[in-house]
Ligand binder design. Structure first.
Ligand SMILES: *Cc1c(COP(=O)(O)O)cnc(C)c1O
Length: 361
C-alpha cells in the first residue's frame, strides 16, 4: 500500500482526476474513436512543443525513443554530451546499438559549454548529437538556446534533445531553436503514470532516417509518420495513457502554458530559499540550476538516508536521496507536475521538522 506522496524527480504524483480519465473504457486502436482521441491531442501537443512537425506517441518509456533516435539517425558518428547519469548512459546505449560514438564529458553538476561543443563539431566527425536538456540526476539545466546556436552552424548534424524533466516546465521553442528531435516522457513534468513517450521529429531528421538501414520497426520514425497521417500509432498504444494525456492537456491549457512556467519557477524558488536558509548549497551553479527540481549538495554532513526515510515513514512524503554515484552526497526535491505553493510549503515544513534529527551534533 502506497501511503506516501511522491516528491522525487520522477515518477511524480498523479492526480485523482488524471487516474479517473485513464479509466475510460478501452477502444480499438484502429477505430474512429481512437482517431478522434489521437487527433484531439495533436494541435495542443504541437502548440506545447512549439512546432509544426507531428508529435508522436510511443508506448515505451523515454529510453525507447532515446535509443530509437540513435538507430534512426546515426550514419557516421554520434556525439553524446555527458553531464550526469542520463546523458552518460546515452553513450552506452549508442554503443550497444553498434554505432560509432563518443562523448563530450563534463563533471556531474556542470553544464555543457557551447564553446567546447563547437570545437568538437568542427572536426566534422559527427552527424548526430545527443543532449539532455535538464539533467535530472544533478538538477542541472543546460543552456539550450546557446547550444542550439552552435548546432545551427552545422547543417549536417542532427540534434536529439531529451526534455524528459523540463518539458512544460520552461519554454522550449522547438522550431525557432531548430531542434530536430525533441522527446519527453509521461511520468515527469506531465504528471501521468509512466508508459508513454512523446517526440517530435523535423523534416531534416525524417530525410536522414530515410537513408539509414536497420532502423528496426518499433521505433522507426517513418513508421510513426505513416500511421500519424491516419491519426494512429504503429502498434497498439497505451490507450489509458492517451486518455490521461488528453486530460493533462486540458489542464495545461486551462491553467495557461505561460502560467504553468511561472508556477514552476515560483515553486522552484521556494525550495531554493529553503536550501539557503538551512545552510545547504545547490549541486550545480545557481545560473544552471534546474527549474523542475532541486539537487542539494549535502555540505552539512547530514544523514541523507535517515532523513529521507523519516520523511517517508512519519510525514508520508518521498524525496530522493541522490542518484547513482552521488547518492548520500546529494538529495533531490521535485517541483514538477501539479505541485502548488500549498503542497511545497507543506513539504518544506515537514523537512524543517525532520531535519535537526539528522544533522551531525
Ligand atoms: C527519467 C529520465 C529519463 C528516463 O526516462 P524513462 O522513462 O525511465 O525511460 C531520461 N532522461 C531524463 C532527463 C530523465 O529525467
Amino acid at each position: 500500500m502506497i501511503d506516501y506522496k511522491l516528491h522525487i524527480p520522477g515518477p511524480v504524483d498523479v492526480s485523482a482526476d488524471a487516474y479517473k480519465a485513464m479509466s475510460t473504457r478501452v477502444m480499438g486502436h484502429r477505430s474512429p474513436d481512437f482517431v478522434d482521441l489521437y487527433q484531439s491531442c495533436q494541435p495542443r501537443l504541437q502548440e506545447l512543443f512549439q512546432t509544426k512537425d507531428p508529435v508522436f506517441l510511443s508506448t515505451s518509456s523515454a529510453w525507447g525513443v532515446m535509443e530509437g533516435s540513435i538507430r534512426n539517425l546515426c550514419a557516421k558518428k554520434t556525439l553524446c554530451c555527458m553531464c550526469g547519469a542520463f546523458s552518460d548512459k546515452w553513450l552506452d546505449v549508442a554503443k550497444r546499438c553498434g554505432k560509432d560514438a563518443d562523448g563530450l564529458e563534463v563533471e556531474w553538476g556542470s553544464h555543457i559549454d557551447p564553446v567546447l561543443l563547437d570545437e568538437k563539431l568542427s572536426t566534422g566527425e559527427y552527424d548526430l548529437v545527443t543532449l539532455v536538456h535538464n539533467e535530472t540526476s544533478c538538477g542541472m539545466m543546460n543552456p539550450l538556446e546557446d547550444i542550439m546556436k552552435v548546432l545551427a552552424k552545422y547543417p549536417d548534424v542532427i540534434s536529439v534533445i531529451d526534455t524528459v524533466s523540463s518539458f512544460s516546465v520552461v519554454p522550449i521553442p522547438k522550431d525557432e531553436w531548430g531542434i530536430d528531435v525533441i522527446l519527453t516522457g509521461s511520468q515527469k513534468a506531465l504528471a501521468l503514470p509512466p508508459g508513454l513517450a512523446l517526440l517530435s521529429v523535423s523534416e531534416r531528421a525524417f530525410s536522414r532516417a530515410e537513408s539509414i538501414e536497420g532502423r528496426g520497426y518499433y521505433f522507426d520514425f517513418l513508421e510513426f509518420l505513416k500511421n500519424h497521417e491516419k491519426g494512429m500509432t504503429p502498434s497498439t498504444p497505451a490507450i489509458p495513457q492517451i486518455h490521461g494525456l488528453q486530460y493533462t492537456l486540458d489542464q495545461i491549457f486551462s491553467e495557461g502554458v505561460e502560467q504553468r512556467h511561472k508556477r514552476h519557477a515560483k515553486l522552484n524558488d521556494m525550495v531554493h530559499s529553503w536550501v539557503k536558509e538551512k545552510g545547504f548549497i545547490l549541486l550545480p551553479e545557481k545560473r544552471f540550476a534546474s527549474k523542475s527540481l532541486t539537487c542539494v549538495k549535502n555540505n552539512l554532513g547530514m544523514d541523507v538516508a535517515g532523513f529521507v526515510k523519516q520523511l517517508k515513514t512519519e510525514k508520508k512524503l518521498a524525496i530522493d536521496g541522490g542518484y547513482g554515484k552521488i547518492k548520500g552526497e546529494t538529495f533531490r526535491i521535485s517541483n514538477m507536475g501539479n505541485e502548488s505553493e500549498e503542497s511545497i510549503t507543506h513539504l518544506l515544513q515537514a523537512m524543517d521538522e525532520v531535519l535537526p534529527r539528522h544533522l551531525p551534533s
